[in-house]
Design a protein around this ligand. Structure first.
Ligand code: N01
Length: 551
């Protein structure tokens, strides 16, 4: 399976597979392809491995999936030997882990750093992709795998005057590699999603004054982070086979936890309150798993939402500030729930103030202030915790051209269309890892990444064994899948929120619920069944027979 570079491409090198991105998806994909004896080249725009954990270095950044679960499962030696220090790993430790994996599996020799893929064009004559990179070179590959990440296109908001601001401006999703010191400074932060909520308490400790500009308050659950004891680590290690199986098959979101067998309204007030208190005390993302209908039934959801609002009111001393911090306009969990360490308590500090920019949007940013309702909030430094062009943003940055020269951006203009989140019709031999239409961001990303990588690897083996040259999503299978993804989403409360899941944070982006909410286990079964039926819903093609020269 070695790509032949067509003269039209003028490609200098040819690979079986080009992988875009050296985050957790790209690294594992490379490892699997090596094991299959396929040649691969990874292009990574950053200067190192780790993807999202390479870029998101903001103060307080840590994973809010527990570290013993937010880790690769493909190597038992790795999971037995790596020592996570805390319940929730801080960003530097996750980056260290990514680097360890790169070294341990000798991945770097096939990764070209500081290089982005600008263009990928499918040549229907040679059935090969021609891939052009930011260093001006073009290579050829039989397959392209987009391991570009779902939250890797940091988005600067379109706020009047932002470019006029004289002080430093930082984006949480593209944080400098050198330490940033806020000591003695008046800092402003715009955005109160997961990144804002993690960074606010840490910045507040350093800054002279921190002004938080909030458009929409968020539901946040305490992390209760703590050091992991050797006994706690060992308990996980001893039970990894069952924990990983459960995460893949039983837990809808790929996180091992006890699953509820009843709905919130099946319990009386005091019993329900006791369960919420217990989950609040435990902390973390599994708060939403206390009942089985919080994402489905508004009345059930209201009970959890009220509980969190009460907790905010109990924590924040100034009633007006507490009221502003209480989310009321969308059901709990329908925007990605946040996990925090002392977020709400931070608003009790004398050096922190909250500005409601929903009631009065930011008018403009001046050279030294953020102007709201005619008042200048003077700052020395501005932090943008304004999120990402999620799921499609980093794919859209690449000029991808499939059959008949049609671009993926043209095809996705009305919203992303994929079959299983893995491929898009008209773009043969182009795989997407954790793409829109798959559970992806609704799950523990590593569980979903490993599932996709393994599925793609098995698929490439199948193609090699069967002598197949091309694979692509069938249009009608894709249409059915897109309809199914939509139907399942609209059976839940999720579309009620203006979330990045819906593309709502990007002006002009189509409002489509992008990930598949059917659960990782059900989804895995669907993917396995598709493969078992000879890749049902995909069109598989043999290489064209070389024409006989006319005699
Ligand atoms: O981004 P967000 P994030 N003017 O989009 C506001 C993952 N993550 O980087 O809600 C004013 O959630 C915006 O307001 P609104 C996690 O999946 C994981 O925080 O649109 N405000 C919102 O408050 C998460 O969900 C970890 O009204 C503007 C904020 O900025 C995802 O990444 C840690 C604005 C953006 O929130 C994204 O989180 C961190 C404007 N023009 C992140 N534009 C882990 O621990 C936007 N906002 C694993």
């Amino acid at each position: 399976m070695s790509a032949q570079s067509s003269p039209a491409h003028q490609a200098s090198e040819a690979f079986d597979v080009v992988i875009v991105g050296a985050g957790f998806a790209g690294m594992y994909m490379l490892h699997r392809l090596r094991g299959l004896g396929l040649s691969a080249r990874v292009y990574e725009q950053g200067g190192g491995v780790g993807g999202t954990w390479y870029w998101n270095r903001y103060p307080g950044a840590r994973c809010d999936v527990e570290s013993m679960q937010y880790s690769y499962s493909f190597s038992d030696e790795l999971q037995q030997e790596w020592d996570w220090s805390e319940r929730y790993a801080p960003q530097p430790e996750i980056l260290k882990y990514a680097n360890h994996v790169a070294d341990r599996f000798d991945l770097r020799r096939d990764i070209q750093f500081d290089t982005s893929v600008d263009r990928a064009e499918f040549d229907e004559r040679s059935n090969a992709w021609s891939v052009t990179t930011s260093d001006g070179r073009t290579v050829s590959a039989n397959f392209v795998v987009l391991a570009t990440g779902c939250l890797s296109n940091a988005r600067k908001p379109d706020i009047k005057g932002l470019d006029r601001f004289k002080g430093p401006v930082y984006h949480t999703g593209n944080w400098p590699h050198e330490p940033v010191d806020f000591t003695g400074l008046r800092v402003g932060i715009i955005g109160t999603g997961s990144s804002g909520i993690q960074s606010v308490p840490v910045i507040a400790e350093q800054a002279k004054h921190l002004t938080v500009f909030q458009r929409t308050p968020n539901y946040s659950i305490p992390a209760h982070n703590a050091a992991l004891t050797p006994a706690e680590r060992q308990k996980f290690r001893d039970n990894y086979p069952e924990i990983r199986r459960f995460a893949r098959w039983e837990a809808r979101n790929g996180i091992y936890t006890d699953l509820p067998d009843r709905g919130a309204l099946d319990d009386g007030d005091s019993e329900r309150r006791a369960k919420y208190e217990a989950r609040w005390a435990r902390g973390g993302l599994t708060f939403m798993s206390v009942y089985n209908n919080l994402g489905l039934d508004k009345a059930a959801n209201d009970t959890a939402a009220s509980f969190v609002r009460e907790k905010i009111a109990e924590t924040v001393k100034d009633p007006a500030t507490a009221k502003l911090l209480q989310p009321t306009t969308y059901p709990i969990g329908t925007k990605r729930i946040c996990i925090d360490t002392d977020y709400f308590d931070t608003f009790n500090r004398p050096n922190v103030s909250l500005v409601d920019i929903k009631a009065s949007p930011i008018e403009e940013i001046t050279e030294n202030a953020v102007r709201v309702a005619g008042h200048d909030h003077e700052i020395d430094t501005l932090v943008l915790a304004t999120g990402f062009d999620a799921m499609t943003g980093s794919v859209a940055r690449i000029d991808i051209r499939g059959r008949a020269g049609r671009t993926l951006n043209q095809k996705w203009a009305e919203g992303p269309k994929t079959y299983l989140g893995l491929m898009s019709a008209g773009f043969p031999n182009l795989f997407i890892i954790t793409g829109p239409g798959s559970p992806s961001v609704l799950s523990n990303m590593i569980v979903s990444i490993e599932q996709h990588v393994d599925w793609i690897a098995d698929c490439l083996v199948h193609m090699r064994e069967q002598g197949l040259a091309t694979m692509e999503a069938d249009v009608s299978a894709e249409e059915k899948w897109v309809a199914h993804v939509n139907e399942v989403a609209h059976g839940t409360l999720y579309p009620q929120a203006n979330s990045w899941y819906m593309g709502a944070n990007i002006p002009g982006k189509p409002r489509i619920f992008m990930p598949y909410i059917g659960g990782v286990g059900a989804y895995r079964q669907i993917c396995n069944d598709v493969a078992a039926k000879g890749y049902e819903g995909f069109v598989l093609g043999r290489a064209a027979q070389p024409r006989r020269a006319a005699s």
